[in-house]
Design a protein around this ligand. Structure first.
Ligand code: UD1
Ligand code: UDP
Length: 366
């Protein structure tokens, strides 16, 4: 019997998690058939298609076309659409990744139909329930049958929540598989040259968390900070669609666009973005995935958040959680060479997809 394994991809940070697994499962051939399901949570060409192209992902087998909405609208939309898929073309297993609304929605739809679900990147906790992702993580991990974790802190979180040991498997960090899979293309791209940025002497920034961008006072204060940073070194800022909308509606876009040291660009494709990060001096972000990529690359990372669900990037890596008031002092520290070297966490080695495939093979008795 050939098992159909649904791989759920929905939003930008999902595509790089699904790509190495899709490739590894397709190479197995005999016992499984990966079926790529795109929920449509992200849909702009530069938030979705660009990643399929860059990462060599095949076109989705199924596209749910759900799009944007409130949390309930989006989660419910994905549940209704994916339940229909599961009833009409039932998969044998469902693999969800990360912590976006579609992750939880597909988990709920599948588990209620008694279809086994595996969660890749399980166990991460920020302990901040004002983050929508934290709700998604808690609920997904409570329901999923198999929890693939990236780090020991994730195992501990799950154990503390009473999850039995036989549901937890530490497979490592799949983001590193994508990075290593794409490394030759990333190293060739040198996107900083196209943008006129001096190699090794610029910073990269990303911002999209509602806590940073949805409040006009907070976002205005961050624009002042960005002004200060760009007086120290040039910065490139690929702007997430949520952030662009907020900057425009709060009347802050022109303020940023007028800064001579800032390159405001459209959201970048994976290879362009990683090539910018590779040659950067530091990164200023509130992204989850970027904290991990910088730790792996040993590039200083300033995270504009109160908490992180990826504490290993702070305890072992090059990441620091900072308040907006301390950004300039931290940038000065980085520019004067005063930063921790960090080390790469265990099982962040580019071999996670292989461990995931082995785990699935065992569960399916293949
Ligand atoms: C979502 C995830 C977040 C993740 C982020 C990665 C949830 C709750 N949030 O946040 O965890 O870190 O993706 O980027 O699942 N929009 C577009 N084009 C698009 C997609 C979105 O214009 O292709 C705009 C829409 O106006 C939308 C807004 O961005 O309302 C927010 O999109 P949404 O997917 O709801 O949340 P993100 O902020 O992208
Ligand atoms: N990323 C990208 N282009 C960008 C910004 C980010 O390719 O303009 C990549 C980044 O390298 C990382 C992933 O997108 O692999 C993280 O996505 P995002 O920050 O949107 O989501 P989060 O990880 O915070 O959920």
């Amino acid at each position: 019997m050939v098992a159909t394994i649904d791989l759920i991809a929905a939003a930008r940070p999902n595509f790089m998690k699904v790509a190495p697994l899709c490739k590894a499962l397709a190479a197995e051939g005999q016992w499984c058939r990966p079926r790529l399901v795109h929920t449509g949570q992200h849909y702009d060409a530069n938030m979705s298609d660009a990643f399929f192209r860059d990462l060599g992902l095949p076109d989705p087998d199924i596209h749910l076309g759900v799009g944007s909405g409130t949390h309930a609208e989006q989660t419910a939309g994905v549940m209704v659409a994916y339940e229909k898929v599961c009833r009409e073309q039932r998969p044998d297993w469902v693999v969800v990744v990360g912590d976006v609304n579609s992750t939880l929605a597909c988990t709920l739809a599948a588990t209620k139909l008694c279809i086994p679900v595996a969660h890749l990147e399980a166990g991460l906790r920020s302990r901040d329930r004002t983050m929508p992702e934290e709700i998604n993580r808690l609920a997904t991990d409570a329901l999923a049958d198999l929890l693939w974790t990236p780090s020991p802190d994730a195992d501990e979180n799950l154990r503390a929540e009473g999850v039995p040991a036989d549901r937890i498997e530490r497979v490592g960090n799949i983001m590193i598989d994508s990075l290593e899979m794409m490394r030759p293309a990333i190293e060739d791209r040198r996107h900083f040259e196209a943008l006129g940025l001096p190699a090794g002497h610029y910073g990269v920034m990303t911002l999209h968390r509602p806590s940073n961008v949805d409040d006009s006072t907070r976002l205005a204060a961050l624009c002042e900070v960005i002004d200060g940073v760009t007086q120290r070194l040039p910065m490139v800022f690929p702007v997430h669609p949520r952030t662009r909308q907020r900057l425009e509606s709060f009347g802050l876009w022109e303020r940023l666009a007028g800064l001579p040291g800032l390159r405001l660009i459209e959201p970048a494709g994976y290879v362009d973005f990683m090539s910018l990060v590779f040659a950067s001096q530091f990164v200023l972000t509130d992204s989850g995935g970027v904290q991990e990529e910088t730790t792996y690359l040993r590039i200083p990372c300033l995270t504009l958040r109160e908490s992180t669900e990826r504490p290993i990037t702070v305890t072992e890596g090059t990441n620091r959680l900072i308040k907006s008031e301390s950004v300039l002092a931290q940038v000065d520290a980085i520019l004067s060479g005063d930063w921790i070297a960090g080390r790469i966490p265990d099982r962040w080695d580019g071999k996670t997809a292989g461990r995931v495939v082995a785990s699935l093979r065992e569960r399916l008795g293949a």
